[in-house]
Design a protein around this ligand. Structure first.
Ligand SMILES: NC(=O)c1ccc[n+]([C@@H]2O[C@H](COP(=O)([O-])OP(=O)(O)OC[C@H]3O[C@@H](n4cnc5c(N)ncnc54)[C@H](O)[C@@H]3O)[C@@H](O)[C@H]2O)c1
Ligand SMILES: [Zn+2]
Length: 381
Protein backbone atom coordinates (compact mmCIF):
# COMPACT_ATOMS: atom_id res chain seq x y z
CA UNK A 1 0.00 0.00 0.00
CA UNK A 2 1.31 3.48 -0.86
CA UNK A 3 0.52 6.43 1.38
CA UNK A 4 0.37 10.08 0.43
CA UNK A 5 -0.63 13.01 2.53
CA UNK A 6 -2.67 15.97 1.37
CA UNK A 7 -2.42 18.71 3.94
CA UNK A 8 -4.22 21.91 3.21
CA UNK A 9 -3.31 25.18 4.91
CA UNK A 10 -5.91 26.49 7.37
CA UNK A 11 -7.58 23.09 7.53
CA UNK A 12 -7.50 21.45 10.95
CA UNK A 13 -7.00 17.92 9.72
CA UNK A 14 -4.74 16.57 7.05
CA UNK A 15 -6.04 14.06 4.56
CA UNK A 16 -4.26 10.77 4.10
CA UNK A 17 -4.51 9.09 0.74
CA UNK A 18 -4.00 5.34 0.62
CA UNK A 19 -3.52 3.57 -2.70
CA UNK A 20 -3.13 -0.15 -3.11
CA UNK A 21 -4.49 -3.44 -4.30
CA UNK A 22 -7.13 -5.20 -2.20
CA UNK A 23 -7.15 -2.51 0.49
CA UNK A 24 -10.95 -2.31 0.93
CA UNK A 25 -10.58 -4.86 3.69
CA UNK A 26 -8.41 -2.39 5.61
CA UNK A 27 -11.04 0.39 5.44
CA UNK A 28 -12.34 -0.19 8.98
CA UNK A 29 -8.92 -0.05 10.64
CA UNK A 30 -7.80 2.96 8.63
CA UNK A 31 -10.98 4.92 9.33
CA UNK A 32 -10.98 4.00 13.02
CA UNK A 33 -7.36 5.18 13.30
CA UNK A 34 -8.38 8.61 12.07
CA UNK A 35 -11.79 9.08 13.70
CA UNK A 36 -10.90 7.71 17.10
CA UNK A 37 -13.12 5.80 19.55
CA UNK A 38 -15.84 8.43 19.80
CA UNK A 39 -17.12 7.69 16.33
CA UNK A 40 -19.83 5.05 16.54
CA UNK A 41 -21.95 5.29 13.45
CA UNK A 42 -21.07 5.54 9.80
CA UNK A 43 -23.46 6.47 7.01
CA UNK A 44 -22.23 4.71 3.90
CA UNK A 45 -23.43 6.32 0.67
CA UNK A 46 -23.15 4.37 -2.57
CA UNK A 47 -25.33 3.28 -5.47
CA UNK A 48 -26.91 -0.06 -6.25
CA UNK A 49 -24.32 -1.15 -8.81
CA UNK A 50 -21.24 -0.28 -6.78
CA UNK A 51 -22.69 -1.47 -3.50
CA UNK A 52 -23.48 -4.86 -4.99
CA UNK A 53 -19.85 -5.21 -6.09
CA UNK A 54 -17.98 -3.81 -3.10
CA UNK A 55 -20.50 -2.94 -0.38
CA UNK A 56 -20.37 -6.21 1.56
CA UNK A 57 -16.55 -6.19 1.80
CA UNK A 58 -16.53 -2.58 2.98
CA UNK A 59 -19.37 -3.05 5.48
CA UNK A 60 -17.67 -6.17 6.92
CA UNK A 61 -14.44 -4.27 7.37
CA UNK A 62 -16.17 -1.28 9.01
CA UNK A 63 -18.21 -3.47 11.35
CA UNK A 64 -15.12 -5.46 12.32
CA UNK A 65 -13.68 -2.16 13.57
CA UNK A 66 -16.71 -1.61 15.78
CA UNK A 67 -18.71 0.83 13.65
CA UNK A 68 -22.48 0.65 13.28
CA UNK A 69 -23.04 1.05 9.57
CA UNK A 70 -26.20 2.16 7.81
CA UNK A 71 -26.08 2.39 4.06
CA UNK A 72 -28.07 4.52 1.67
CA UNK A 73 -28.05 3.91 -2.07
CA UNK A 74 -28.51 6.95 -4.27
CA UNK A 75 -29.44 6.97 -7.96
CA UNK A 76 -26.75 6.25 -10.50
CA UNK A 77 -25.77 9.05 -12.86
CA UNK A 78 -24.92 12.72 -13.13
CA UNK A 79 -28.60 13.68 -13.00
CA UNK A 80 -28.69 12.50 -9.39
CA UNK A 81 -25.97 14.98 -8.43
CA UNK A 82 -28.69 17.30 -7.20
CA UNK A 83 -29.91 19.19 -4.15
CA UNK A 84 -32.80 16.73 -3.96
CA UNK A 85 -30.40 13.80 -3.59
CA UNK A 86 -28.36 15.70 -1.01
CA UNK A 87 -31.53 16.47 0.92
CA UNK A 88 -32.53 12.80 0.96
CA UNK A 89 -29.04 11.91 2.17
CA UNK A 90 -29.30 14.48 4.99
CA UNK A 91 -32.68 13.06 6.03
CA UNK A 92 -31.16 9.60 6.03
CA UNK A 93 -28.27 10.71 8.29
CA UNK A 94 -30.75 12.29 10.65
CA UNK A 95 -33.09 9.30 10.76
CA UNK A 96 -30.16 6.96 11.44
CA UNK A 97 -28.86 8.94 14.38
CA UNK A 98 -25.62 10.16 12.81
CA UNK A 99 -24.00 12.53 15.29
CA UNK A 100 -21.22 15.13 15.11
CA UNK A 101 -18.52 12.64 16.02
CA UNK A 102 -19.71 10.16 13.37
CA UNK A 103 -18.88 10.19 9.68
CA UNK A 104 -20.12 9.81 6.13
CA UNK A 105 -18.35 7.32 3.88
CA UNK A 106 -18.67 7.56 0.11
CA UNK A 107 -18.22 4.35 -1.87
CA UNK A 108 -18.33 4.99 -5.60
CA UNK A 109 -17.37 7.41 -8.34
CA UNK A 110 -17.22 11.19 -8.47
CA UNK A 111 -20.99 11.60 -8.43
CA UNK A 112 -21.41 9.71 -5.16
CA UNK A 113 -18.37 11.45 -3.69
CA UNK A 114 -19.50 14.95 -4.67
CA UNK A 115 -23.07 14.55 -3.36
CA UNK A 116 -22.27 12.68 -0.17
CA UNK A 117 -19.37 15.03 0.57
CA UNK A 118 -21.71 17.98 0.14
CA UNK A 119 -24.19 16.35 2.52
CA UNK A 120 -21.36 15.65 5.02
CA UNK A 121 -20.20 19.28 4.75
CA UNK A 122 -23.63 20.61 5.66
CA UNK A 123 -24.97 17.97 8.06
CA UNK A 124 -24.77 19.44 11.60
CA UNK A 125 -22.58 22.14 10.01
CA UNK A 126 -20.06 19.57 8.86
CA UNK A 127 -19.07 16.08 9.99
CA UNK A 128 -16.14 13.86 9.03
CA UNK A 129 -16.07 12.46 5.55
CA UNK A 130 -14.24 9.50 4.02
CA UNK A 131 -13.84 8.73 0.33
CA UNK A 132 -13.55 5.23 -1.09
CA UNK A 133 -13.32 6.08 -4.81
CA UNK A 134 -14.08 3.26 -7.24
CA UNK A 135 -13.66 4.93 -10.64
CA UNK A 136 -10.48 6.14 -12.27
CA UNK A 137 -11.82 9.71 -12.36
CA UNK A 138 -12.55 9.59 -8.66
CA UNK A 139 -9.24 7.94 -7.75
CA UNK A 140 -6.96 10.38 -9.57
CA UNK A 141 -9.03 13.51 -9.28
CA UNK A 142 -12.47 13.85 -7.69
CA UNK A 143 -11.69 12.29 -4.30
CA UNK A 144 -8.71 14.60 -3.72
CA UNK A 145 -8.94 18.24 -2.89
CA UNK A 146 -12.14 18.66 -0.92
CA UNK A 147 -14.41 20.11 -3.58
CA UNK A 148 -17.88 18.71 -3.03
CA UNK A 149 -21.16 19.83 -4.53
CA UNK A 150 -24.21 19.36 -6.66
CA UNK A 151 -25.48 20.68 -9.98
CA UNK A 152 -28.22 23.28 -10.35
CA UNK A 153 -30.40 23.63 -13.41
CA UNK A 154 -28.23 26.62 -14.34
CA UNK A 155 -25.04 24.58 -14.46
CA UNK A 156 -22.67 22.00 -13.04
CA UNK A 157 -21.29 22.16 -9.50
CA UNK A 158 -23.05 25.46 -8.81
CA UNK A 159 -23.77 24.64 -5.17
CA UNK A 160 -20.91 23.24 -3.17
CA UNK A 161 -18.38 23.48 -0.39
CA UNK A 162 -14.77 22.76 0.42
CA UNK A 163 -14.76 19.78 2.73
CA UNK A 164 -11.60 17.67 2.90
CA UNK A 165 -12.03 13.95 3.45
CA UNK A 166 -10.21 12.57 6.50
CA UNK A 167 -8.89 9.69 4.45
CA UNK A 168 -9.13 8.51 0.85
CA UNK A 169 -8.89 4.76 0.29
CA UNK A 170 -8.26 3.98 -3.37
CA UNK A 171 -8.33 0.26 -4.08
CA UNK A 172 -7.10 -0.39 -7.62
CA UNK A 173 -8.85 -3.76 -7.73
CA UNK A 174 -12.17 -1.91 -8.05
CA UNK A 175 -11.07 -0.57 -11.45
CA UNK A 176 -11.28 -4.08 -12.90
CA UNK A 177 -15.08 -3.91 -13.07
CA UNK A 178 -15.20 -0.46 -14.66
CA UNK A 179 -16.86 -0.33 -18.08
CA UNK A 180 -14.53 0.68 -20.95
CA UNK A 181 -16.12 4.10 -21.33
CA UNK A 182 -15.50 4.92 -17.68
CA UNK A 183 -11.85 4.07 -18.17
CA UNK A 184 -11.71 6.29 -21.26
CA UNK A 185 -13.21 9.10 -19.20
CA UNK A 186 -10.61 8.55 -16.47
CA UNK A 187 -7.73 8.47 -18.92
CA UNK A 188 -8.95 11.76 -20.41
CA UNK A 189 -8.62 13.35 -16.95
CA UNK A 190 -5.14 11.82 -16.67
CA UNK A 191 -4.13 13.31 -20.03
CA UNK A 192 -5.53 16.61 -18.75
CA UNK A 193 -3.37 16.44 -15.64
CA UNK A 194 -0.33 15.61 -17.77
CA UNK A 195 -1.06 18.40 -20.25
CA UNK A 196 -1.13 21.02 -17.49
CA UNK A 197 1.17 19.35 -14.98
CA UNK A 198 4.37 18.74 -16.85
CA UNK A 199 6.03 16.89 -19.68
CA UNK A 200 7.11 14.07 -17.39
CA UNK A 201 3.59 13.37 -16.14
CA UNK A 202 2.24 13.62 -19.68
CA UNK A 203 4.86 11.25 -21.05
CA UNK A 204 4.42 8.75 -18.24
CA UNK A 205 0.67 8.68 -18.93
CA UNK A 206 1.07 8.39 -22.71
CA UNK A 207 3.70 5.64 -22.33
CA UNK A 208 1.40 3.64 -20.07
CA UNK A 209 -1.54 4.06 -22.43
CA UNK A 210 0.54 3.13 -25.51
CA UNK A 211 1.60 -0.09 -23.82
CA UNK A 212 -1.83 -1.09 -22.55
CA UNK A 213 -4.28 0.10 -25.23
CA UNK A 214 -6.52 -2.72 -26.38
CA UNK A 215 -5.48 -4.98 -23.52
CA UNK A 216 -7.60 -5.96 -20.54
CA UNK A 217 -7.21 -3.74 -17.50
CA UNK A 218 -4.39 -5.23 -15.44
CA UNK A 219 -3.88 -3.99 -11.93
CA UNK A 220 -0.11 -3.73 -12.13
CA UNK A 221 2.49 -1.95 -10.08
CA UNK A 222 2.99 0.33 -13.09
CA UNK A 223 -0.68 1.36 -12.87
CA UNK A 224 -0.36 1.92 -9.13
CA UNK A 225 2.67 4.16 -9.66
CA UNK A 226 0.88 6.09 -12.38
CA UNK A 227 -2.15 6.69 -10.18
CA UNK A 228 0.15 7.71 -7.33
CA UNK A 229 1.90 10.37 -9.44
CA UNK A 230 -1.42 11.72 -10.64
CA UNK A 231 -2.71 11.89 -7.09
CA UNK A 232 0.48 13.60 -5.99
CA UNK A 233 0.12 16.15 -8.77
CA UNK A 234 -3.49 16.93 -7.85
CA UNK A 235 -2.50 17.15 -4.18
CA UNK A 236 0.32 19.57 -4.97
CA UNK A 237 -2.04 21.92 -6.79
CA UNK A 238 -4.57 21.73 -3.96
CA UNK A 239 -1.86 22.48 -1.41
CA UNK A 240 -0.76 25.57 -3.27
CA UNK A 241 -4.25 26.97 -3.92
CA UNK A 242 -6.79 25.13 -1.76
CA UNK A 243 -9.72 27.46 -2.43
CA UNK A 244 -9.04 28.36 -6.04
CA UNK A 245 -8.20 32.01 -5.47
CA UNK A 246 -9.96 33.95 -8.26
CA UNK A 247 -7.13 36.50 -8.39
CA UNK A 248 -4.52 33.91 -9.24
CA UNK A 249 -3.56 33.46 -12.84
CA UNK A 250 -0.27 31.64 -12.49
CA UNK A 251 0.38 28.17 -13.92
CA UNK A 252 0.11 26.54 -10.46
CA UNK A 253 -3.28 28.00 -9.58
CA UNK A 254 -6.01 25.44 -8.92
CA UNK A 255 -7.92 26.83 -11.82
CA UNK A 256 -5.61 25.11 -14.30
CA UNK A 257 -7.34 21.84 -13.39
CA UNK A 258 -10.22 23.17 -15.46
CA UNK A 259 -8.28 22.62 -18.67
CA UNK A 260 -10.77 21.18 -21.16
CA UNK A 261 -13.67 21.79 -18.81
CA UNK A 262 -15.11 24.99 -20.29
CA UNK A 263 -16.21 23.29 -23.49
CA UNK A 264 -16.52 19.95 -21.68
CA UNK A 265 -19.19 21.28 -19.33
CA UNK A 266 -20.99 22.95 -22.23
CA UNK A 267 -21.15 19.63 -24.11
CA UNK A 268 -22.45 17.83 -21.04
CA UNK A 269 -25.14 20.45 -20.46
CA UNK A 270 -26.23 20.69 -24.09
CA UNK A 271 -26.73 16.95 -24.27
CA UNK A 272 -28.58 16.77 -20.96
CA UNK A 273 -25.73 14.87 -19.27
CA UNK A 274 -26.76 11.81 -21.26
CA UNK A 275 -24.39 11.47 -24.16
CA UNK A 276 -20.96 11.98 -22.62
CA UNK A 277 -19.26 10.66 -19.57
CA UNK A 278 -17.77 13.71 -17.85
CA UNK A 279 -14.21 12.75 -18.79
CA UNK A 280 -15.18 12.11 -22.43
CA UNK A 281 -16.59 15.63 -22.65
CA UNK A 282 -13.33 16.89 -21.15
CA UNK A 283 -11.52 14.94 -23.91
CA UNK A 284 -13.34 17.02 -26.54
CA UNK A 285 -12.87 20.14 -24.42
CA UNK A 286 -9.09 19.65 -24.33
CA UNK A 287 -9.00 19.29 -28.10
CA UNK A 288 -10.88 22.58 -28.48
CA UNK A 289 -8.66 24.34 -25.92
CA UNK A 290 -5.60 22.98 -27.74
CA UNK A 291 -6.88 24.08 -31.14
CA UNK A 292 -7.75 27.50 -29.73
CA UNK A 293 -4.27 27.79 -28.20
CA UNK A 294 -2.76 27.01 -31.59
CA UNK A 295 -5.06 29.40 -33.45
CA UNK A 296 -4.11 32.18 -31.02
CA UNK A 297 -0.44 31.53 -31.72
CA UNK A 298 0.32 30.20 -28.24
CA UNK A 299 0.89 26.54 -29.04
CA UNK A 300 2.99 24.89 -31.74
CA UNK A 301 1.36 22.49 -34.16
CA UNK A 302 3.69 19.68 -32.97
CA UNK A 303 2.57 20.17 -29.35
CA UNK A 304 -1.06 20.12 -30.47
CA UNK A 305 -0.34 16.84 -32.25
CA UNK A 306 1.04 15.38 -29.01
CA UNK A 307 -2.12 16.45 -27.17
CA UNK A 308 -4.32 14.92 -29.88
CA UNK A 309 -2.34 11.68 -29.77
CA UNK A 310 -2.73 11.59 -25.98
CA UNK A 311 -6.50 12.08 -26.17
CA UNK A 312 -6.76 9.45 -28.91
CA UNK A 313 -5.01 6.91 -26.70
CA UNK A 314 -7.74 7.31 -24.07
CA UNK A 315 -10.28 5.59 -26.33
CA UNK A 316 -13.11 6.61 -28.65
CA UNK A 317 -15.14 9.70 -27.76
CA UNK A 318 -18.87 9.93 -28.56
CA UNK A 319 -19.52 12.03 -31.67
CA UNK A 320 -20.10 15.72 -31.14
CA UNK A 321 -20.44 16.92 -34.75
CA UNK A 322 -24.21 17.42 -34.52
CA UNK A 323 -23.99 19.80 -31.57
CA UNK A 324 -24.59 23.38 -32.62
CA UNK A 325 -21.36 25.38 -32.37
CA UNK A 326 -23.28 28.58 -31.60
CA UNK A 327 -25.01 26.85 -28.69
CA UNK A 328 -21.58 25.85 -27.37
CA UNK A 329 -20.35 29.44 -27.76
CA UNK A 330 -23.37 30.65 -25.84
CA UNK A 331 -22.96 28.02 -23.13
CA UNK A 332 -19.27 28.74 -22.53
CA UNK A 333 -20.03 32.33 -21.74
CA UNK A 334 -22.14 31.03 -18.83
CA UNK A 335 -19.49 28.70 -17.48
CA UNK A 336 -19.21 29.02 -13.71
CA UNK A 337 -15.46 29.50 -13.89
CA UNK A 338 -16.12 33.02 -15.06
CA UNK A 339 -14.80 35.91 -13.01
CA UNK A 340 -16.82 39.12 -13.22
CA UNK A 341 -18.78 37.71 -16.11
CA UNK A 342 -15.71 36.59 -18.04
CA UNK A 343 -14.86 33.03 -18.82
CA UNK A 344 -11.33 32.18 -17.80
CA UNK A 345 -9.85 29.89 -20.45
CA UNK A 346 -7.12 27.45 -19.58
CA UNK A 347 -4.94 27.32 -22.67
CA UNK A 348 -1.58 25.73 -23.36
CA UNK A 349 1.76 27.26 -24.27
CA UNK A 350 3.21 23.79 -24.51
CA UNK A 351 2.55 20.39 -22.99
CA UNK A 352 2.91 20.92 -19.25
CA UNK A 353 2.65 24.70 -19.40
CA UNK A 354 -0.89 26.11 -19.04
CA UNK A 355 -1.84 29.74 -19.37
CA UNK A 356 -4.99 31.38 -18.01
CA UNK A 357 -6.55 33.78 -20.49
CA UNK A 358 -9.65 35.93 -19.92
CA UNK A 359 -12.50 35.50 -22.36
CA UNK A 360 -12.30 39.16 -23.41
CA UNK A 361 -8.80 38.60 -24.76
CA UNK A 362 -10.08 35.98 -27.15
CA UNK A 363 -11.50 36.87 -30.55
CA UNK A 364 -14.95 35.26 -30.77
CA UNK A 365 -14.40 34.42 -34.45
CA UNK A 366 -11.24 32.45 -33.57
CA UNK A 367 -13.05 30.72 -30.74
CA UNK A 368 -15.95 29.84 -33.00
CA UNK A 369 -13.59 28.52 -35.69
CA UNK A 370 -11.69 26.42 -33.14
CA UNK A 371 -14.91 24.85 -31.87
CA UNK A 372 -16.09 24.04 -35.39
CA UNK A 373 -12.70 22.75 -36.51
CA UNK A 374 -12.51 20.27 -33.68
CA UNK A 375 -16.09 19.11 -33.30
CA UNK A 376 -17.13 18.99 -36.92
CA UNK A 377 -14.07 17.78 -38.78
CA UNK A 378 -13.51 14.15 -39.48
CA UNK A 379 -9.87 14.05 -38.40
CA UNK A 380 -11.00 14.10 -34.77
CA UNK A 381 -13.36 11.16 -35.03
N1 LIG B 1 -14.86 17.11 -6.70
C1 LIG B 1 -13.95 17.18 -7.63
O1 LIG B 1 -12.87 17.74 -7.43
C2 LIG B 1 -14.22 16.52 -8.94
C3 LIG B 1 -13.19 16.30 -9.84
C4 LIG B 1 -13.46 15.62 -11.02
C5 LIG B 1 -14.76 15.20 -11.30
N2 LIG B 1 -15.74 15.45 -10.40
C6 LIG B 1 -17.12 15.02 -10.66
O2 LIG B 1 -17.15 13.60 -10.68
C7 LIG B 1 -18.23 13.18 -11.51
C8 LIG B 1 -17.74 12.11 -12.44
O3 LIG B 1 -17.28 11.05 -11.68
P1 LIG B 1 -17.11 9.59 -12.32
O4 LIG B 1 -16.49 9.72 -13.65
O5 LIG B 1 -16.47 8.78 -11.27
O6 LIG B 1 -18.62 9.16 -12.60
P2 LIG B 1 -19.73 8.35 -11.76
O7 LIG B 1 -19.62 8.61 -10.33
O8 LIG B 1 -21.03 8.63 -12.43
O9 LIG B 1 -19.35 6.82 -12.02
C9 LIG B 1 -19.36 6.33 -13.32
C10 LIG B 1 -20.18 5.04 -13.46
O10 LIG B 1 -19.39 3.94 -13.00
C11 LIG B 1 -20.11 3.18 -12.06
N3 LIG B 1 -19.09 2.62 -11.19
C12 LIG B 1 -18.40 3.24 -10.21
N4 LIG B 1 -17.44 2.45 -9.75
C13 LIG B 1 -17.52 1.28 -10.43
C14 LIG B 1 -16.77 0.08 -10.43
N5 LIG B 1 -15.70 -0.05 -9.66
N6 LIG B 1 -17.12 -0.91 -11.27
C15 LIG B 1 -18.19 -0.75 -12.11
N7 LIG B 1 -18.91 0.36 -12.19
C16 LIG B 1 -18.58 1.38 -11.36
C17 LIG B 1 -21.06 4.15 -11.44
O11 LIG B 1 -22.17 3.49 -10.88
C18 LIG B 1 -21.45 4.98 -12.65
O12 LIG B 1 -22.45 4.35 -13.40
C19 LIG B 1 -18.75 14.41 -12.22
O13 LIG B 1 -19.93 14.82 -11.60
C20 LIG B 1 -17.65 15.44 -12.00
O14 LIG B 1 -18.14 16.75 -11.99
C21 LIG B 1 -15.50 16.09 -9.24
ZN1 LIG C 1 -13.20 16.84 -14.58
Amino acid sequence: MQRLQVSVPAQPSKCDVLIGRGILSAAGTEIRRRLGRRAQRLALVSNKKVFKLYGPAVVDSLEASGFQVSHWLMGDGERYKSLKTAETALQFFSEHGIERTDAVVSLGGGVTGDVSGFAAATYLRGISFVQIPTTLVAQIDASIGGKVGVNLSSGKNRAGAFHQPRVVIADLETLKTLPARELTAGWCECIKQGAIGGRKLFKQTVDYLSQTTGKRMAVSLQLQNLIAVHLAFKASIVRSDAREDPERKDPRSRRILNFGHTVGHALEELTGYRRFRHGEAVGWGMLVAGELSKNLGLLDQSELESLRAGVRLCGPLPAARDIDADAILNAVTHDKKSARGLVQWILLERIGRPRIVSGNEIDVAILSMSIRDVLQKRNYE
